[in-house]
Design a protein around this ligand. Structure first.
Ligand code: HEC
Length: 95
């Protein structure tokens, strides 16, 4: 393969992956009560479960009210139980 083709393929791949934030101390209790451990679990669930059918949405794209509605619909889609939905919620609103 020519180097240019490799570069184009790499760029195409990079464009498909959404950058989602990695939780740190700065995110703890930022908007909703959540420990760093909960945020890390939510981050992992989000990355593992929510990108299966569509691109991972950027948590910053929606308000906490919007996320409540979205997760009511998407939690069952991703086969998450209530506790897992709660962890994902804590992650997506504490950006
Ligand atoms: C089984 C497939 C599937 C999984 C898994 C899934 N989604 Fe979705 N998602 C969809 C479909 C289909 C749509 C578009 C239709 C709709 O809005 O119902 C959508 C739409 C969305 C939207 C756009 C809603 C809007 O109002 O613009 C968001 C945000 C979203 N999903 C977040 C998530 C999150 C967060 C998870 C993980 C908990 C998740 N999705 C898991 C299928 C899925």
């Amino acid at each position: 393969m020519k180097p240019t083709i490799v570069i184009i393929l790499l760029l195409a791949f990079a464009a498909c992956t959404t950058q989602i934030y990695v939780p740190s101390d700065a995110n703890v209790n930022k908007r909703q009560t959540a420990s760093l451990e909960e945020l890390k679990q939510g981050h992992k669930l989000y990355g593992d479960k929510c990108g299966a059918c569509h691109k991972l949405p950027n948590p910053k794209s929606f308000s906490s009210q919007q996320w409540t509605k979205i997760l009511e619909k998407m939690g069952p889609q991703a086969k998450l139980d209530k506790a897992q939905v709660d962890l994902v919620y804590k992650y997506v609103v504490n950006y």
